[in-house]
Ligand binder design. Structure first.
Ligand code: UDP
Length: 471
């Protein structure tokens, strides 16, 4: 039965940009539909989104267990980590915060709890306190289907070298390199977070992965709620396109892009976490220079001192007005939406993929770790709106440089193919963009799915009064 008041909903995002950004966007969308939304997070993580969200959501601050973990104050997000050890500590924090979150939920129980899937312990909390829980999965349903198929068909990987055909999926798909067993273990424990959840919320839209959603729902019996692309939903519903492009504080790269022809620039970014080896950066630099195309490249390195590109690369590119290197945080959605950007060399992080689709920018795919090897297949083999570079090695870490590097020649060839002969690929990217826009319009599939989700949340409960009567 529908409740006569607004629902009180708690969101718990994980401490990484790729998790935090889409879940905060979902929280904003739910708040914009008149529900009372609270985000539980640490103070540094709150600072990453509070300026944008303003007063439409409440924030409950918990203490990040820095001292307990032995990491410096303020290092509370994976994007501030530059090595595996710090990253593992931030992952450990996801468990250490449990008592604090339990106290908040116990003392003032919400109607619904929406945590990131990574907080697997929330299933017991939800059961013990009688609070309905629905998890947010920041990776794609396509990835989950790939993970399940690989798990159930180990025979597909018997040979020493690829390509490996993946059986049991809606499309015949191939992986050129073997998934690492470490990644399988990691994702299987992660997917336990879906148990006892009233479905799974994803940052996607029906036209992008409907066959895989059906496959997943048949396999698990769990309902998938598509509420994306969340960045587009937010832009459309909560925050209509501002004067971002006209803003005087706009990033200098946007002004640089103004001087370029339509679809003539390649944007390169490997997400918020990846730190590549200097050898790999060198190969990318030579590939870009060799391609002859203009580019904007976001480079993340541990240090900012040593030379990493070919001799005189940065100076030459600057002088010729051919390339811009950004060292730091780039306004990615704005860059992708600039008319001059005609291609995206991407690591295939799920948010990057959703943002590129929303902007109609075709991709050159070069996955770096984890689920990104699978997303590449959705882009290139299932939908054909990208050109595959692939990877030389399977990694589960974004920080440790791989032993094998992808050659500059491979990158150059793929960039040229997209920018010079990519008519058909570009057309497919624009068609998928149109579908994404249709999905977020009033009456579109994601718009309706958000309505149905809130209606469904209204039917859950009622939240029982905890034994101590402290409501
Ligand atoms: N991002 C950004 N500027 C940067 C790097 C990343 O705005 O310089 C954003 C990007 O738009 C995306 C998120 O950070 O929303 C990264 O998530 P994704 O899933 O693409 O990759 P991850 O960082 O998790 O590898």
């Amino acid at each position: 039965m529908k409740k006569s008041r607004a629902l009180n909903i708690y969101f718990l995002p994980f401490f990484a940009q790729g998790h935090l950004i889409p879940l905060v966007q979902l929280a904003r969308l739910v708040a914009a539909r008149g529900q009372h939304v609270t985000i539980i997070t640490s103070s540094s993580n709150a600072q990453l989104f509070q300026k944008a969200t303003g007063h439409d959501i409440d924030v409950r601050i918990i203490k990040f267990p820095s001292a307990q973990l032995g990491i410096p104050d303020g290092v509370e997000n994976l994007s501030s980590a530059t090595d595996n050890q710090t990253a593992w500590k931030i992952h450990a924090a996801a468990h250490l915060i449990q008592p604090q979150v339990e106290d908040i939920v116990k003392n003032s129980p919400p109607d619904v709890f929406i945590p990131d899937i990574i907080f697997t312990w929330t299933k017991d909390l939800s059961k013990n306190l009688g609070v309905p829980r629905l998890v947010f999965n920041p990776i794609s349903i396509f990835d989950v289907c790939m993970i399940q198929a690989i798990k159930t068909h180990p025979e597909a990987f018997h040979s020493e070298s690829g390509p490996y055909q993946i059986p049991g999926l809606p499309h015949p798909l191939t992986l050129t390199i073997k998934p690492s067993p470490g990644f399988a273990q990691l994702t299987e424990s992660l997917l336990e977070g879906e148990d006892h959840s009233h479905g799974v919320i994803v940052n996607s839209f029906a036209d992008l992965d409907s066959e895989y959603t059906q496959h997943y729902e048949n396999l698990t019996g769990r309902k998938v709620w598509h509420v994306g692309p969340s960045s587009l939903m937010v832009q459309k519903i909560v925050e209509p396109p501002k004067k971002a492009f006209a803003d005087e504080n706009r990033h200098e790269c946007l002004t640089w892009l103004d001087s370029k022809k339509q679809d003539s620039v390649v944007y390169i970014c490997f997400g918020s976490l990846t730190i590549m080896s200097d050898e790999q950066l060198y190969q990318i630099a030579s590939g870009l220079e060799g391609s002859g195309h203009s580019f904007i490249w976001v480079v993340h390195r541990k240090k900012d001192d040593e030379k990493w590109g070919p001799e005189g690369f940065e100076e030459r590119m600057k002088k010729e007005k051919r390339g811009m290197v950004i060292k730091g945080w780039a306004p990615q959605p704005l860059i992708l939406n600039h008319p001059a950007v005609g291609g995206f060399l991407t690591h295939c992080g799920w948010n990057a993929v959703a943002e590129a689709i929303s902007a109609g920018v075709p991709m050159v795919t070069m996955p770096g770790f984890g689920d990104q090897y699978y997303n590449e297949k959705l882009i290139t083999e299932v939908h054909g709106f990208g050109v595959e570079v692939g990877a030389a090695e399977w990694s589960i870490s974004p920080y440790e440089g791989k032993k094998e590097v992808v050659s500059g020649e491979r990158i150059e060839k793929a960039v040229k193919r997209l920018m010079e002969e990519g008519e058909e690929i570009r057309k497919k990217a624009k068609e998928m963009m149109d579908k994404a826009w249709e999905a977020v319009e009033e009456g579109g599939t994601s718009y309706n799915s958000l309505t149905a989700l809130i209606d469904h949340l209204n039917t859950l409960g009622p939240t029982p009064t905890p034994p101590n009567g402290n409501h």
